[in-house]
Design a protein around this ligand. Structure first.
Ligand code: 5GP
Ligand code: ZN
Length: 111
């Protein structure tokens, strides 16, 4: 499959990896929008939150716990977790990913 994040997960594209286990990989964003900006993705191809199903619930919990662990390791007290879904959501890579942004204050509502 021609998916850039599947290729990163398979080690076919080099990346600034910060965490990996059997199910998940996390790496720094190529175009950081905050002093800390990394992405946490399932190794399995899932297009977005919109295509999740019940059988992915354990995987999702693992991703959330990995986010918590990585945020703690980066000494982030306040931070933002974002997943963009589809064109209107601003998704540019159609492989489920959670942005973790920290190291500055964020505003609400987002743009
Ligand atoms: P989206 O717009 O889909 O929510 O986020 C995609 C993110 O992936 C963007 O922040 C973009 O900078 C990042 N990105 C796209 N291609 C690559 C890549 O090859 N390597 C890394 N590290 N980040 C990427
Ligand atoms: Zn993929």
């Amino acid at each position: 499959m021609d998916c850039v994040f599947c290729k990163i997960a398979a080690g076919e594209i080099p990346t600034d990896k910060i965490y990996e286990d059997e199910y998940i990989i996390a790496f720094n964003d190529l175009d950081p929008q905050a002093p800390i900006h990394f992405l946490v993705i399932p190794k399995k191809h899932i297009t977005s939150l919109a295509t999740l199903d019940e059988s992915d619930s354990d995987l999702l919990a693992k991703i959330m716990l990995a986010i918590k662990k990585l945020a703690n390791e980066n000494n982030l007290e306040g931070y933002r977790v974002v997943t963009n879904i589809g064109e209107d959501g601003g998704q540019t890579v159609p492989h489920l990913h959670f942005h973790v942004l920290g190291g500055r204050a964020f505003h609400w509502p987002p743009g």
